[in-house]
Design a protein around this ligand. Structure first.
Ligand SMILES: NCc1[nH]cc(CCC(=O)O)c1CC(=O)O
Length: 307
């Protein structure tokens, strides 16, 4: 069987390239010819400001979508965490792949956990979600002396800033570190009770131009239904809350025996260091049921004061 070549549009950070090459090798193993089209996005060029202030997640995917639109590429591989809740008209998520570790990791030279932080220590993160979760945890530990300061850049840049001594520790997604072979930098993996992950964290999604039925046969074997249902519930929480990365929101779901357990948390970055939390369980057999559970949990968050 000779099928036409599949071209993958990808950002050129090490993590994005790893992800694109991962999909490339899975497709090649199934006999497809696959090429990569590397590109720089606006999100990659903006390194000095918090993403939420300059336009959010869409910045990382727009150029890739243009390549799909113009027929220069067929698919785009994304960290789902970075994919806006609503894709622009004319695009769709063709599949969600099996998830890596969804949890957050603590990376630090001197401190094995938050409990080891010296007085006045500085933690680096630019994620609003990590900021509000850390503030809540530190407040419970009566560690209001610890400061949280911005940390932007790709994984290598963030690790370099840590190594230069600007921070006592930083929080990164375990998935990204593991994918890049940097798992040995992890001092502690936060349990989902300690730090609830972001919607979609650790999962890869493949975006296509809507209606590319010709790609369905190649992509279907890459889909992981369990991850897809869990992530659909998580993303529905974000969507129902107005979903951008300027939202200090966590949402994490697991699926066992056909039942999705979804937990969510919201915090006010300027307000008191406490969280509004909500959770729900429901038998979920399709994406619509997953979304309904997400909407229910979002409504519970709102009722608790999240906005
Ligand atoms: N926001 C950036 C981002 N987007 C995806 C990952 C890697 C993990 C994943 O696939 O969710 C990271 C790095 C991080 O948050 O530390």
């Amino acid at each position: 069987m000779s099928s036409p070549q599949i071209t993958i549009a990808t950002r050129e950070s090490r993590l994005a390239l790893w992800q694109a090459e991962h999909v490339q090798s899975l497709l090649r193993a199934r006999g497809h010819a696959v090429a990569l089209l590397g590109m720089t996005t606006r999100g990659d060029q903006i390194l000095d400001r918090t993403l939420s202030k300059v336009g959010g997640k869409g910045l990382f995917v727009k150029e890739l979508e243009t390549a799909l639109e113009e027929g220069r590429a067929d698919i785009a591989v994304h960290s789902l965490k970075d994919v806006p809740m609503e894709l622009p008209a004319g695009f769709e998520l063709a599949c969600v792949m099996a998830r890596e570790d969804p949890r957050d990791a603590w990376v630090s030279a001197g401190c094995a956990t938050l409990a080891d932080l010296p007085p006045g220590a500085v933690i680096g993160t630019s994620s609003l979600r990590r900021t509000v979760l850390l503030r809540a945890a530190l407040s419970k530990m009566q560690r209001l002396d610890v400061r949280i300061e911005p940390l932007r850049g790709n994984l290598d840049t963030r690790l370099r800033k840590l190594d230069e001594g600007q921070y006592a520790g930083i929080v990164l997604a375990a998935a990204g570190l593991k994918r890049l072979g940097l798992g040995d930098r992890i001092r502690h993996i936060f349990s989902t009770d300690e730090m609830l992950p972001a919607a979609g964290q650790g999962a890869l999604g493949i975006e296509i131009r809507a209606g590319r039925a010709d790609l369905a046969g190649a992509l279907a074997p890459l889909a992981d239904q369990t991850t897809w249902l869990a992530v659909a519930a998580e993303r529905a929480v974000s969507r129902a809350m107005g979903g951008s990365c300027s939202m200090p929101l966590a949402a994490h779901a697991t699926l066992a025996d056909g039942v999705v357990h979804l937990r969510a948390a919201w915090g006010d970055p300027e307000g008191a260091p406490r969280l509004v939390t909500a959770e729900g369980r429901a038998p979920v057999a399709d994406l619509a049921a997953a979304a309904a559970l997400g909407e229910r949990v979002a409504a519970e968050l709102r009722a608790g004061g999240a906005h």
